[in-house]
Design a protein around this ligand. Structure first.
Ligand code: ZN
Length: 274
């Protein structure tokens, strides 16, 4: 990402310096927290779901209240280790990958590098890019809401980001419902930036290696298939309609097609017409 930022023709050295400070300030949290949370005071009773939920909510509420007046715990996670997901937190400036997302079918240690970079590499790049999307870019390396962009560079960012929101606003989710490209902008930017970074990282990691086709697919094709497979899924029509209004993520189909249609590397890999 440092290489990527340094290579941006439109960003001034002043903003680049701030961006790199932010990049180097990002904490990488992988697998599970350094310190386990103490649940010993939470009472779980077999056969009493309502009571369990009630006690668990009170337990969590008290935990949140007890933070008041204390320093921020930068080791805290807001996802549990088995969660199959990942996140960037702008106020903590950290990227978090629970153990659950670092296993097959996402990350497969037995697989060759290409699909792992397409899938998990894309996820890592996605969370990194969140630090610099329309929301994340408003926070600095310490997680403070502070504008560190020159006015001109801020305008250039908005101009470029609007290409993405215009692109996604053209995609139909169901019936006559289209993606709200302003709602999904941060996620769409993170998807594109993420896969670009994953591709750069994969090429860097395998430089000088003679990568062979496997299962009838070239390494480049396997990279993109790995990415596409991470978004396979089924959603009911009712859920599609609901999510169109509230979910900041585009549907999986466009998280795939919207990204690869912006990558000449994909066009090359699959010999698509220009
Ligand atoms: Zn995201």
């Amino acid at each position: 990402m440092q290489q990527d930022i340094n290579g941006l023709p439109w960003m001034s050295p002043a903003t680049k310096q701030q961006a790199l400070a932010k990049l180097h300030g990002i904490a990488n949290k992988i697998g599970y927290p350094d310190k386990w949370r103490d649940y010993s005071k939470l009472e779980i009773v077999r056969g009493d779901e309502l009571g369990n939920v009630d006690r668990a909510r009170k337990f969590e509420f008290d935990r949140q209240l007890s933070k008041i007046g204390k320093p921020v715990d930068r080791g805290e996670w807001t996802m549990t280790p088995p969660t199959v997901n990942a996140y960037y937190d702008p106020q903590m400036n950290d990227i978090n990958f629970p153990a659950g997302v670092l296993q097959p079918p996402a990350f497969d240690p037995k697989s060759d590098a290409a699909p792992n970079y397409g899938d998990t590499g894309g996820t890592v790049g996605h969370e990194l890019t969140h630090g610099f999307d329309d929301e994340g870019r408003q926070f600095d390396a310490q997680g403070n809401l502070r504008d560190w962009w020159t006015e001109e560079d801020g305008k250039e960012f908005v101009k470029r980001a609007s290409c993405i929101s215009d692109q996604y606003s053209n995609y139909t989710i169901i019936d006559d419902i289209k993606i709200n490209g302003k709602l999904t902008l941060g996620e769409d930017v993170a998807d594109l930036g993420g896969l670009l970074l994953a591709y750069l990282a994969w090429k860097d990691d395998t430089r000088g290696q003679n990568l062979e086709p496997l299962d009838g697919l070239t390494p480049e094709q396997r990279f993109f298939v790995g990415y596409g497979q991470s978004w396979c899924g089924q959603t009911r029509d009712e859920s599609k309609r609901l999510r169109a209004t509230v979910d900041p993520h585009s549907p999986g189909k466009y998280r795939t097609n919207g990204v690869v249609s912006n990558m000449p590397e994909f066009q090359q890999a699959f010999h698509c017409a220009g």
